[in-house]
Write a protein that binds this ligand. Structure first.
Ligand code: DCS
Length: 281
């Protein structure tokens, strides 16, 4: 029987019970992370755990464990479930209390759950690229918090799926922000363009790795907002996320990017990323 983490305890999946009065369930009042596991090892765990604590801070939730304890507990979960390749999903809510928007008067114990998921790496997408659509970004103004409230992202991704596309690239007015569950990049004349990390996008951990790869490869990075028009004029476009890693985008709405093939710079960044993955394997 696979195990899940409930606060400090590893319990059998079928023993998991959560309350209807959990604020995560009623308000999406919580935060989450998805951490990739390669060959039984966590990829960039420190960065994910740091971001979790930053998200918690931003919603005024105090995580009742140290980062080190959480790190070790996640390794225990992976070991217990004998996860080789896949990811960990982890969320923490503000806890259980009768429904009332304001924080509970009696401080509640946050509820942490985590489970593992076996997943193959999307190598076909990496090789061939994917299609995307452009959609208006209707989300709130704190997209830097990895909040459980994902309705805007869910509606965007659903539109993409209904258009037989892999991702929805969101824009606020003319400005491209990020994908429904990924960061977005364009490459023009060998220069990489991506939205700066502010309240309009999530500071992706994979994005941080992409920045490192570009530095090592000597690829110039410009962190400035780009317009929809500029995006469609890019030589190459790709997305990044924990589960998608680095995935070329070869079509956006009706525009074909780079003749419908992943570009050379994207390939180089994929290779540099792969080397970092191999280091933990
Ligand atoms: N932007 C949004 C809105 C996301 O949801 C994600 C990842 C990213 C960017 C990329 O961040 P990471 O590089 O840190 O993954 N979302 C996670 C998710 O919901 N599933 O997989 C990853």
């Amino acid at each position: 029987m696979e195990k899940m983490l409930l606060n400090n305890d590893l319990i059998d999946n079928d023993q998991m019970k959560l309350s209807i009065n959990d604020r995560g369930y009623q308000f999406g009042d919580g935060i989450y992370e998805v951490i990739k596991v390669y060959n039984g090892n966590l990829f960039t765990p420190t960065e994910h755990i740091d971001r979790l604590y930053r998200s918690a801070d931003a919603i005024r939730l105090v995580i009742p464990y140290t980062k080190d304890v959480l790190h070790k507990t996640l390794y225990d979960l992976v070991e217990e479930n004998e996860l080789v390749d896949g990811h960990i999903y982890l969320q923490i809510t503000r806890g259980v209390s009768p429904r009332n928007h304001a924080f509970p008067i009696e401080p509640t114990e946050p509820v942490l759950i985590a489970y593992t998921q076996t997943a193959e790496r999307p190598v076909n997408n990496h090789r061939n690229g994917v299609s995307a659509i452009l959609v208006e970004d209707i989300r709130w103004l704190r997209c830097d918090i990895k909040s459980l409230n994902l309705l805007g992202n869910v509606l965007a991704k659903q539109k993409a799926h209904e258009a037989n596309c892999y991702e929805a690239i969101q824009h606020r007015g003319e400005i491209v922000t990020e994908g429904s569950s990924s960061n977005i990049y364009g490459i023009k004349n060998g220069v990489l363009y991506t939205h700066p990390t502010n309240q309009y996008i999530l500071n992706g951990i994979t994005r941080q790795v992409v920045m490192k790869c570009c530095q090592e490869l000597g690829i110039q990075v410009v962190e400035e907002p780009m317009t929809k028009e500029e995006l469609l004029q890019m030589d190459e476009v790709f997305l990044s996320s924990t589960t998608s890693e680095i995935t070329p985008i070869i079509k956006i709405d009706d525009s074909i990017i780079n003749s419908g093939k992943p570009g050379d710079f994207t390939r180089k960044i994929q290779q540099a990323f792969e080397e970092k993955v191999q280091q933990v394997m």
